[in-house]
Design a protein around this ligand. Structure first.
Ligand SMILES: Nc1ncnc2c1ncn2[C@@H]1O[C@H](COP(=O)(O)OP(=O)(O)OP(=O)(O)O)[C@@H](O)[C@H]1O
Ligand SMILES: [Mg+2]
Length: 259
């Protein structure tokens, strides 16, 4: 049986780089008996940006937790190549009593990165997200978008080869959200990490990703993978191109077909 359909376009890039993350025949049943994921097959190539869309409760966060090693599959296998993984949760989970700089530094310190190297990485990551002048301030003094940028910087300071992002921009206003998408693509181009990005927004998925995974309601299965071959780096103008709107329609139709 064909588990999902891959739609390839004539100018689609071929994914010939080694796989960074491989889900093969993955089921995940929680101890409560809930089957969250069923027969998931998915491969992420090195440096690829993949978005995941699906109804609430279909297992998207579960998929990310499997890639992060926070859950183990109850059937099948999950293989993750990179040794360094950055995880960005929906809420930034910053320590309110620590400065922006100390928050960014924390995970690198917990991973045992040496002091001098850590300092250099932290300053570079804070600069990359445009928060240098706020580095000494506390998270409570920042806007929601800025707090999310601190969370991004904290993940970047780990110099991750794999970035797992769970609806990171869901709580932001529209304008900030668009800016953050552009910033994330800029960082992706600069750092070359592999990205697995969960979202509820079709247009966000189409702007960011070169492949879009559409999942069925629970138990989550991959029903379709849509190729979105527009070359990276993408500029904000991509949102006005016919190819963008075509892809939004295509992904929207696939989602409507399963929900
Ligand atoms: N720790 C857990 N124990 C038991 N069941 C869980 C656990 N975490 C998630 N579930 C269940 O697994 C299913 C998938 O949950 P998951 O959080 O992966 O969904 P999701 O697609 O991320 O949803 P949302 O879009 O609302 O964030 C849901 O039915 C949920 O109730
Ligand atoms: Mg979720």
């Amino acid at each position: 049986m064909k588990l999902y359909e891959t739609v390839r376009h004539a100018d689609a890039p071929t994914h010939h780089t080694p796989a960074d993350v491989t889900f093969a025949g993955v089921d995940l049943r929680y101890p409560t008996g809930t089957l969250a994921l069923s027969e998931v097959d998915l491969e992420l190539s090195r440096g690829e940006f993949v978005a995941v869309l699906g109804a609430s409760g279909c297992g998207k966060s579960t998929l990310l937790r499997l890639a992060a090693g926070l859950e183990a599959p109850t059937a099948g296998t999950v293989a993750v190549g990179p040794e360094s993984t950055g995880v960005i949760f929906q809420s930034p989970t910053l320590l309110p009593w620590r400065s922006v700089r100390a928050n960014v530094e924390l995970s690198a310190r917990l991973r045992g990165v040496g002091r001098a190297e850590r300092r250099a990485r932290v300053e570079a990551a804070i600069e990359a997200v445009g928060l240098t002048e706020f580095a000494a301030g506390l998270p409570g003094e920042l806007s929601g978008g800025m707090r999310m940028r601190v969370s991004l910087a904290r993940a970047l300071a780990l110099r991750p080869e794999l970035m797992l992002l769970d609806e990171p921009f869901g709580a932001l206003d529209d304008l900030t959200r668009l800016r953050m998408q552009e910033e994330l693509l800029r960082l992706h181009t600069a750092h070359g990490f592999t990205a697995l990005f969960v979202t509820h927004s079709v247009s966000e998925a189409v702007f960011l990703a070169s492949r879009i995974v559409v999942m069925s309601p629970r138990p989550g299965r991959i029903v379709r993978i849509v190729d979105n071959p527009a070359a990276h780096p993408r500029t904000p103008g991509f949102r006005h191109e016919p190819g963008f709107h075509e892809r939004v329609r295509e992904v929207g139709t696939a989602l409507n077909g399963v929900s």
